[in-house]
Design a binder for this molecule. Structure first.
Ligand code: SF4
Length: 393
């Protein structure tokens, strides 16, 4: 396998743990020497993986986590300089995730000078009672100062995450969150509905924190969506909104099932071939164990999983229909020989008749995106019915 692949780096370190979060990270202080070793081990892994997959181009780079800004300016400089030597050419889009408390001027400038042209900031909410209830890491009072710094260094080339449906949140608080954030004119906003995976503290039945009723959380998210759209941010994915030209190229590559390499503990890679000689595409997924200390000690090989064509087509639907333009039909044909319309004609026809798809496109419309899960149930039932299968899987 060779070709263009995006690069994701998972920096699994946080200053603490937020009670709604299920991303893998460990709590550290900035002087923890494991952070130094992490950069060294990660660059070794990058060199090995780029060579192994014969990567000819890296269109996008995303350093996420965890909290990459906890690495601090010096380590980030070393990481970016190391990547610059290893990558065939510098990516067109290079994003670093930050949390306000560790994204100081020195760090943000180090990113900028190192080739980072996009920052994604974890804001979540300015509303102090909600932040306290979910034990959100960091100090809400720092947010305005750090957002102003971001805007002065990066202009519109930054994104901010907000959550709708946090405990203690109400309509006024959400409206204020959006007004305060939009005053800094981020080019991109991710507005997430609070979802709790099993095992996170807030999902524990014994948690004393009262959650909002589901319909109230949904109502808040819809209010947030409308505010963003009225302010000129177009919804281009279930939870993502952007000013013109400010969509996340990296995330679009995930949603369209392009190949990517993930480095670092808990990161995964997905590498898919094109169809050839009449055989449908197949893929491999490589998943690192969520274990920082093992990674730093011996960097165990990631677990490898084979992805057959049926699995890949389902994942293509799962990811692709999140995106406002739908799955990449040309890439789909290169991989599976037929248009996606020929695999799921009945589901698409039903949803078109309900007025939930974009006319002339294989994509859900604004209203349809609200029913993505029901749509996918329909799609998967048709795929599992198998009438349109031409492979031997
Ligand atoms: S700072 Fe971000 S990654 Fe870390 S625990 Fe909180 S939400 Fe999760």
């Amino acid at each position: 396998m060779s070709g263009a692949m995006s690069l994701y780096i998972h920096a699994p370190f946080c200053a603490g743990a937020c009670d709604y979060c299920d991303f893998y990270s460990i709590p550290v202080k900035q002087d923890d020497e494991r952070l130094d070793r992490f950069v060294t081990v990660l660059l070794g892994e990058a060199e090995e993986r780029l060579r192994r997959f014969n990567v000819t181009a890296v269109p996008t780079l995303y350093i996420g986590g965890g909290t990459p800004s906890l690495l601090g300016a010096g380590r980030m400089r070393r990481l970016l300089a190391g990547l610059r030597v290893l990558l065939p050419q510098w990516p067109g889009e290079a994003t670093v995730e930050v949390n306000p408390e560790s994204a100081d001027e020195e760090f943000l400038t180090a990113c900028l000078n190192g080739g980072v042209n996009r920052i994604s900031a974890g804001v979540q909410s300015f509303h102090e009672p909600s932040r306290l209830m979910v034990r959100r890491v960091g100090n809400g009072k720092l947010l305005p100062q750090r957002l102003a710094l971001l805007a002065s260094l990066y202009g519109e080339a930054f994104s901010a995450d907000l959550i709708a449906g946090l405990p203690g949140q109400h309509e006024g608080a959400l409206r204020e969150d959006l007004a305060r954030l939009l005053a800094f004119k981020p080019g991109h906003v991710s507005l997430y509905a609070l979802t709790l995976e099993d095992g996170v503290p807030l999902a524990d039945a014994s948690s004393p924190i009262p959650l909002l009723p589901e319909d109230e959380a949904d109502r808040l998210w819809l209010i947030g969506r409308d505010i963003l759209e009225n302010a000129g941010y177009a919804q281009y994915e279930v939870s993502n909104f952007a000013l013109p030209g400010r969509r996340s190229a990296h995330n679009i590559r995930y949603w369209r099932m392009e190949n990517w390499i993930g480095l670092g503990p808990a990161a995964s890679s997905t590498i898919i071939s094109t169809g050839s000689g009449g055989a449908l595409a197949e893929g491999r997924r490589y998943v690192h164990a969520p274990d920082v200390d093992a990674y730093l000690a011996e960097r165990p090989a990631p677990a490898e999983e084979y992805l057959d064509a049926r699995t890949l087509i389902k994942e293509t639907c799962l990811m692709g229909f999140r995106y406002r333009e739908g799955p990449d039909r040309e890439l789909f044909i290169r991989r599976f020989y037929q248009d996606i319309e020929e695999y799921i004609p009945r589901a698409l026809s039903r949803w078109r008749k309900r007025g939930l798809m974009v006319p002339g496109m294989t994509a859900l419309n604004r209203e349809g995106l609200l029913f993505l899960n029901a749509f996918l149930v329909d799609v998967f039932a048709e795929l599992d019915g198998g009438s349109s299968w031409t492979d031997s899987s």
